[in-house]
Design a protein around this ligand. Structure first.
Ligand code: HEM
Length: 428
């Protein structure tokens, strides 16, 4: 039996999803229960599940029967290329994943703590004080610099600044609906049309690639002993230049906006909970639990789909091969069986090493986010740096709504805050 779902035309379901994806999913969950099917224009039907148990059954297909890479390919391959851990499957995926895991383990990334703090401090010092600013943009600025310096290992100021301009444009044009919905057969034509997002994207990608290939070649011929950036580690693995370029862009696409959105939500939530804010930022275990609870109540990434190669039984239904299946993460995180009183913000849920299999802001199964440890570290360190230096207030106390922003669900007003210096400047 197929799972239930709305009978609205796929165009209407797509428009509803774009306008209010969390509201739509809550509505369908109430109406149909924990497994339901949605139809988006131009794609196979997608089944969403709303509990950790059901999500685990979908993740189980990573052992065979489901492909996460194929589910992401249509949206990402034009940006990340054909050799990316995001879009590969099977043996090719595992060969890349084995090489990407070691430099991103908790122990390795812990070495980045001081550099992350220094980058954050340098950026915070430039923020305007006393008037509203969009914190998510500031967070993107910090997480981008972390990727350029700590992952790509680029230090030359000219190249850093060129990439700071190009990479956001690459994501913007490459992730736009205009580009993603462009049929394959029109791409060659669109590539030559500078007035189309795809045309601009192709031009920017070529410029970014020139910088990255040049950096890869220079670093191969330099000794660079003791370099700790991720690129240096990848150069030792035997991957070719194109494969390394693809993985660098992969880490940018997967790790830049996601972490910035997670941080934007952290401040959006904290500004509305003075009692939590009061205990921050110096109580490290509490800060760690706060970050995890933020990612529970406002997961930055909302889904982790698999494209099914074989039928998948879920509850009393059988999901056909060729369909997508995956958790709608905000619903899983509000399951009262897994998280009692889910609407309450309670960092204590994550204190003293409590594990919860239904907590899945980083997905699950074999395709679990490879950058999770780096993201958690970035969030802790950046929150600490901001709160040490600045007093933040929200110009409007109403909670910000959740809006689709490329691959994430972001605060609708990008976390509007007013910042003031924590200690008044000394008198001259
Ligand atoms: C708060 C920040 C982040 C969030 C919420 C997040 C979330 C996710 C999610 C939900 C997935 C899909 C997992 C699945 O399908 O089961 C994923 C995959 C991935 N993430 Fe992250 N991520 C974050 C930060 C990062 C960072 C900093 C990096 C890299 C430096 C990164 C690299 C990746 C890669 C390469 C994959 C694909 C893994 C694979 O398919 O084997 N992510 N992430």
């Amino acid at each position: 039996m197929l799972p239930p779902g709305p009978r609205l035309p796929s165009l209407v379901q797509t428009a509803w999803f774009m306008r209010d994806s969390p509201g739509m999913m809550e509505n369908l969950h109430r109406r149909y229960g924990p497994v339901f099917a949605v139809r988006f224009t131009g794609y196979p039907p997608e089944v969403y599940v709303a509990t950790g148990e059901l999500a685990a059954q979908v993740y189980q297909t990573d052992q065979g029967g489901g492909r996460a890479g194929a589910a992401r390919r249509d949206f990402l391959e034009h940006m990340v290329g054909a050799h990316s851990v995001l879009t590969l499957d099977g043996d090719d995926w595992w060969r890349h994943r084995k090489l990407l895991n070691p430099p991103l383990r908790a122990k390795q990334v812990a070495g980045y703590r001081d550099e992350i703090a220094a980058i954050a401090a340098e950026k915070i010092a430039t923020w305007p004080l006393g008037r509203p600013l969009a914190l998510r943009e500031r967070m993107q600025d910090i997480t981008l610099e972390i990727i350029i310096r700590l992952i790509f290992g680029i230090r030359d100021a000219g190249r850093v600044s060129r990439l700071q301009t190009l990479l956001p444009e690459l994501i913007e044009t490459g992730g736009s609906m205009q580009t993603i919905m462009l049929p394959e057969r029109l791409r060659a034509f669109a590539a030559r049309a500078p007035f189309l997002a795809y045309g601009r994207f192709v031009r920017i990608r070529a410029e970014v690639d020139t910088i990255l290939f040049d950096e890869i070649r220079r670093r191969r011929s330099a000794t660079g002993a003791g370099d700790t950036d991720v690129l240096s580690r990848l150069l030792e693995t035997g991957l070719g230049d194109q494969e390394i370029r693809d993985e660098l862009i992969t880490m940018l696409i997967a790790g830049h906006e996601t972490t910035a959105t997670g941080l934007a939500w952290a401040f959006e939530r904290l500004l509305r909970m003075p009692e939590v804010m009061e205990r921050l930022p110096d109580d490290e275990p509490y800060l760690d639990a706060v970050v995890k609870e933020v990612l529970r109540v406002r997961p930055a990434v909302y889904e982790a789909p698999r494209l099914l190669d074989a039928p998948l039984p879920l509850c009393e239904y059988e999901i056909p091969a060729g369909w997508y299946a995956g958790p709608y993460i905000p619903l899983v995180h509000r399951d009262p069986e897994a998280f009692p009183s889910p609407e309450e913000f309670r960092p204590e849920r994550f204190m003293e090493g409590h594990q919860n299999r239904a907590w899945m802001p980083f997905g699950g199964g074999r395709r679990f986010c490879v950058g999770a440890q780096l993201a958690l570290l970035e969030m802790r360190v950046i929150i600490r740096e901001v709160l040490h230096r600045l007093e933040l207030s929200a110009p409007d106390q109403a909670p910000e709504a959740r809006r689709l922003k490329n691959v994430t669900l972001a605060p609708a007003k990008l976390t509007r805050v007013i910042a003031r210096a924590r200690t008044p400047a000394p008198m001259p």
